[in-house]
Ligand binder design. Structure first.
Ligand SMILES: *[C@@H]1O[C@H](CO)[C@@H](O)[C@H](O)[C@H]1NC(C)=O
Length: 523
C-alpha cells in the first residue's frame, strides 16, 4: 500500500528533477529519429563494438548519446534508474566526434566517446548535483570532480548522468526498501518489475541492464555492487580497497568503500577498470593499492581460455544453501561442471573455520561503520564549497523538517541517529575492527592461501561481507533467470590485487555460458 502511493508521487518528483532543464520536444524528436538515422544496433553493444562502429563511421558519439537520452526519457518513468542527465552530455559527444576526425586514431584513449552513468554519490564538478539521492544535498557544490571522474574524463568518457541508488547508499535507515531515494523514487528491476532491484548501486545496474547507458559506476561498502549486479543480470566488479580512488565519493567508511564498474559484459568492466584504477593523491589508500595494477592493465586478461588451470574453491556452508535438487541447485551444479569442462580445478566441500561467527562479525562491522560514517560524512560535508547541510546532525534535522520530501515518516533514519550518537573510534570500535581483521585472517585468507585458490565461487552476493571486511575484490557475472524470470548471478572473489585472475575466470565463465539477455519488463 505504502509502496504504491510512493511510487506514484515519486514519478512526479523525478519528472521534475530529471527533465526540468531539458527541452521535452527536442527529446521526443530525438527518440523518434534515433532508430532511423543509424542502422548500427546500439542495444547490448559493448565498448569494443561501439568503438569499431565509430571507426567505421557507422555511429557517432552524438547519435549514441541521443539514443540513450531517448531511452532514458522513454523508460525512466517506469524504472527510476536515473536521477539527473548531464545537460552537457551532447556537447561532450560533439567534442568526441570532432576529436575522432582530427586526431590520429591511435591517440584516442580507452573510453573515448563512451557515455557513462555515475552513481549519484560520485561527485562531478559540472552542472549536475551530487546528492546520494537526498534532497538534503541538492544544490550543494563540490570542490572538484571525484578522483575516478578525473580519470574518466582523461580516458575520454562522456558523463551521461547520475544513477539513482538506495538513499545515502543504504545507510540512512534499516527500513528503507532497496533502490529507494527521496530524489530518485523507487528503482525497479527491469526483468520483473515487482522484484527487488537490490541496492545500493541500484540505478547503475538497472540502467545498464535496460540499455539506458553504455556502462556505469557503482560503489560498494558491503554488497552494493555485487547485489544489484546479481539482481539485474549485469557484471559488477568491486575492486580491491584503494585500487580505485574514493576521493569525492559520499562515503560510508574509507575502511570498506570501493568504486567499481557495473556493465553488461566482463570485457566492458575490465575496460572501465583500466580507466579508473590508480593513484590519486586525494585518497591515500590508492598509493599502496596501485602496486597491484599489472603492466599493460586489465584488458589483457580477457583471455578465451582464462579458466584453464585455475583453482576455484567451493564452500557449501553457508553459501550453497539451496534445497537439494531445487532448480537453483541444479543450475549451480551445472555451472560447476562447466567450470571444470573449461579447464578449472574445482575444489569442492571446503570449509571456512570461523564461518559460524559471521553473524557476530556483521554486528562488529555495523559497530565500526556507525562511528566511521559519522567521521567520514562530516569530513565530506565540511569540504563542500557550499551546502545546505554541513554535518550529519544537520542532515538529520533536514530530514525531520522535510520529512514528506524525504519520505522520512515511512522509513525513519535509524542508522543516522545511531551514527550521530557515536563519538569517534573508541574502545568498542577498536575491538570490533580487531575482530574483523582476525576473522579475515583466520577465515577467508587462510582458506585462499592454504588451498592456493585463485577464486572462491559463490552464488549471488552471499559472500559480500567476507570480501567487504577484508577489502577484497569480487566480480558478479549473470548466472540464471529463476522461474519467474528474476536474474541471479555467480560471484568470483579473491585476495587483494587478484583482479587479473578474477577477470580471467569471470570472462571464461561468461564466454562459456553467455547467459545475459536484455530485460523484458515483466510486471
Ligand atoms: C541541481 O538541481 C537543481 C534542481 O533540479 C538544478 O536547478 C541545478 O541546476 C542542478 N545543478 C547544480 C549544480 O546545482
Amino acid at each position: 500500500m505504502h509502496c504504491l502511493k510512493m511510487a506514484t508521487s515519486s514519478i512526479a518528483i523525478l519528472a521534475f528533477s530529471l527533465f526540468s532543464h531539458l527541452l521535452l520536444p527536442t527529446l521526443l524528436a530525438i527518440s523518434a529519429q534515433s532508430n532511423a538515422i543509424h542502422a548500427f544496433p546500439i542495444r547490448e553493444a559493448t565498448i569494443k563494438d561501439l568503438q569499431l562502429a565509430f571507426k567505421q563511421n557507422k555511429l557517432t558519439s552524438r547519435q549514441l548519446v541521443e539514443f540513450y537520452l531517448g531511452e532514458i526519457h522513454r523508460l525512466n518513468p517506469l524504472l527510476h534508474g536515473v536521477i539527473e542527465v548531464n545537460p552537457d552530455a551532447l556537447s561532450q559527444a560533439d567534442k568526441a566526434d570532432y576529436e575522432r576526425k582530427v586526431k590520429a586514431a591511435g591517440s584516442l584513449r580507452g573510453l573515448h566517446g563512451i557515455p557513462i552513468l555515475l552513481k549519484d554519490n560520485i561527485a562531478t564538478k559540472d552542472k549536475m548535483n551530487t546528492t546520494a539521492g537526498s534532497y538534503a544535498l541538492l544544490r550543494s557544490v563540490v570542490p572538484r570532480d571525484a578522483g575516478v571522474v578525473v580519470k574518466l574524463r582523461k580516458a575520454g568518457a562522456i558523463i551521461l548522468g547520475k544513477a539513482s541508488l538506495s538513499e545515502w547508499s543504504n545507510f540512512r535507515s534499516s527500513k528503507a526498501p532497496s533502490g529507494f531515494s527521496g530524489r530518485g523514487g523507487q528503482g525497479k528491476n527491469p526483468y520483473v518489475l515487482s522484484a527487488d532491484p537490490c541496492g545500493s548501486s541500484s540505478g547503475s545496474a538497472i540502467s545498464v541492464a535496460a540499455n539506458l547507458a553504455a556502462v556505469s559506476l557503482g560503489t560498494e561498502t558491503d554488497g552494493s555492487i555485487l547485489c544489484p549486479s546479481s539482481s539485474n543480470s549485469v557484471v559488477g566488479l568491486k575492486p580491491t580497497l584503494g585500487l580505485t580512488s574514493r576521493a569525492g565519493v559520499i562515503p560510508i567508511t574509507p575502511r570498506q568503500d570501493s568504486v567499481g564498474p557495473i556493465c553488461r559484459t566482463v570485457a566492458d568492466a575490465a575496460y572501465v577498470l583500466d580507466a579508473i584504477a590508480g593513484f590519486d593523491h586525494y585518497d591515500p589508500a590508492t598509493r599502496a593499492a596501485s602496486e597491484y595494477i599489472p603492466r599493460g592493465g586489465y584488458k589483457q586478461f580477457l583471455r578465451p581460455h582464462g579458466l584453464k588451470g585455475k583453482r576455484l574453491g567451493i564452500v557449501r556452508n553457508p553459501f550453497f544453501n539451496f534445497d537439494e535438487g531445487s532448480p537453483l541447485a541444479q543450475v549451480f551444479d551445472h555451472h560447476l561442471h562447466t567450470l571444470r569442462q573449461e579447464g578449472a580445478l574445482v575444489i569442492d566441500h571446503l570449509e571456512i573455520g570461523n564461518i559460524n561467527s559471521l553473524n557476530s562479525i556483521a554486528n562488529d562491522e555495523t559497530t565500526a561503520m556507525l562511528a566511521e560514517f559519522k567521521l567520514a560524512i562530516n569530513a565530506y560535508l565540511k569540504e563542500l564549497v557550499t551546502s545546505p547541510v554541513r554535518s550529519l546532525a544537520e542532515v538529520i534535522a533536514f530530514n525531520n523538517k522535510f520529512s514528506d520530501l524525504e519520505k522520512i515518516k515511512a522509513y525513519g533514519q535509524d542508522f543516522f541517529l545511531l551514527a550521530e550518537a557515536t563519538n569517534g573510534i573508541g574502545k568498542k570500535e577498536k575491538a570490533a575492527i580487531l575482530n574483523l581483521e582476525k576473522f579475515t585472517r583466520d577465515g577467508f585468507e587462510k582458506l585462499m592461501t592454504r588451498n592456493k585458490l585463485d577464486a572462491l565461487v559463490t552464488p549471488g552476493y552471499a559472500v559480500s561481507t567476507l570480501l567487504a571486511v577484508g577489502g577484497f575484490p569480487g566480480i558478479n557475472v549473470p548466472a540464471v533467470y529463476a522461474g519467474d524470470g528474476e536474474p541471479f548471478g555467480i560471484c568470483f572473489g579473491g585476495l587483494k590485487g587478484s583482479e587479473p585472475k578474477l577477470i580471467e575466470v569471470a570472462y571464461g565463465f561468461e564466454q562459456a555460458t553467455k547467459i545475459r539477455k536484455p530485460p523484458s519488463f515483466k510486471s
